[in-house]
Design a protein around this ligand. Structure first.
Ligand code: ZN
Length: 65
C-alpha cells in the first residue's frame, strides 16, 4: 500500500499517480525512471492541495535516513 502525500490515505499503488519532486515541482513519473524519491498522490484535487501547500512554503517533514 502507498500513501497519498496530500491526504495521507493508504491505497493500492495502481490507484495512485507517481511523481517526483524536481526543482520543487512535481513531475509525473511515467517511465518509473525519474530521479529522486517517488511520491504518490491519489487525485488531481490532492495534487492541487499539495502544490498550494508547497507554494505557501510550509515545511515538509524530513524523513530520517
Ligand atoms: Zn489524496
Amino acid at each position: 500500500m502507498r500513501m497519498c502525500v496530500s491526504c495521507h490515505k493508504k491505497l493500492e499503488p495502481t490507484k495512485l499517480k507517481r511523481f517526483s519532486i524536481v526543482d520543487g515541482k512535481p513531475i509525473f513519473d511515467t517511465t518509473q525512471k525519474q530521479p529522486g524519491r517517488g511520491q504518490y498522490i491519489c487525485s488531481d484535487e490532492c495534487l492541487n492541495k499539495f502544490e498550494t501547500r508547497k507554494q505557501k512554503g510550509s515545511k515538509l517533514r524530513k524523513e530520517k535516513p
